[in-house]
Write a protein that binds this ligand. Sequence first.
Ligand code: ZN
Length: 451
Amino acid sequence: MHDLVIRDIGHLVLEPGSELSNAWLAVTSGRVAAVGEAGTEPAAEQVVSVGGRTVTPGLVNTHHHMYQNLTRSYGPVVNGSLFDWLTGLYPIWAGLDEEAVYVSTYVGIAELLLGGCTTSTDHLYVHPRPNLVDAQIRAARDIGFRFYPTRGSMSLSVKDGGLPPDSVTQDTDTIMADSQRLIDAYHDPAPGAMTRIALAPCSPFSVDDTLMRQTAELSERTGVRMHTHLAEDVDEHTFCLERYGRTPVEHFEDVGWAGDRSWVAHCIYPSADEIQRLANAGVGVAHCPSSNMLIGSGTAGVAAMRRAGVPVGLGCDGSASTDHASLWLEARTALLLGRFAGGPTAMTARDALEIATVGSARCLGWEDELGKLVPGSVADLVAWHMDPVSLAGAHSDPVEALLRCGPARAWTTVVNGRILVDSGQLVLPGLADALTDHRRIATRLQHALVH
Ligand code: ZN
């Protein structure tokens, strides 16, 4: 007897190169137990029909800043450069506390679930008060979401030549002690983990060399992964040349980060030679297409990176720069941007889906059980809903239809064998209160800056 059987699957994507039509999928103890063709469904405690919809592995988000949904589409900065945008928002983010982080994470995860995401990282790099990552983990656990928070950090403030003000930076000893504390308290390296921790100094213009090097040493000792922004913006490139006498990628290599425990966000500006070096080192890249276009930073050379062997995953980036957190929309945007940049053969819907699932899982070093739906994988999946009008006529290729038609959103989202979106609705008892609190907190933070 299985725990759950998902039946009436019109098309099932198990992993790249493996798809089934008219299928079912059985879940036991949070893992995919079996898949098969319609008519051979096994018995289960719970049987759910998805009404002929397409089912894929849950999408995996490799870059986000959930707290930023408190300053989503914040009017005074929306038309600035990356550096303008950051310097306008840092003083607001200095007001973050545990409640603000809990609520923004709760709402952020709810949004991700509706967009078909079942595992997400998060990069909280502003720590004006202690224990903020703890608050995020409480929110994820209250929901039952597979969560990979990174302990973000900034140590290089304006007075030392960096970009952020003192109010949002910390000293290296404080950051390292808290990083070790979080690893000890929460990092679960076991298969099927619901919480893992990574370390994430923010960017070359907000972090000093010492913090980068000590983080690499802690990663080496503990085996946890490392994440940072890299080669995101032309101002960052100029900053690195002026301060370090090196490009961002050269600096990244110099401080000991070029290894297979690292994945980086954006990576728009590496040279061809730098791309090959990143590939050889095993560094993953979180591709964030909407954020790059909205900030106007340029676009990442995804096809070249994939050809070179770089693991490329998908990220929605912070809700203040992307302003939405639908990974379906990010996957579709990656498809559009890939074809816009490289022509019609540069990116297919299956390529984009692969980036959003197994590519992301590779960035997290978790490809053995995440981002696919073969027996033994974790039972994280999504059945996609499109309005029948937008899907009318799309009969020949359900995977191309998934990203070309739409918009699509989750009809059923399952994380670790539990249904968190059911018939298109979030199954989150705390959501209404969280949205009320979110509105109050966002108003307070933005109002505090104005006055
Ligand atoms: Zn980011």
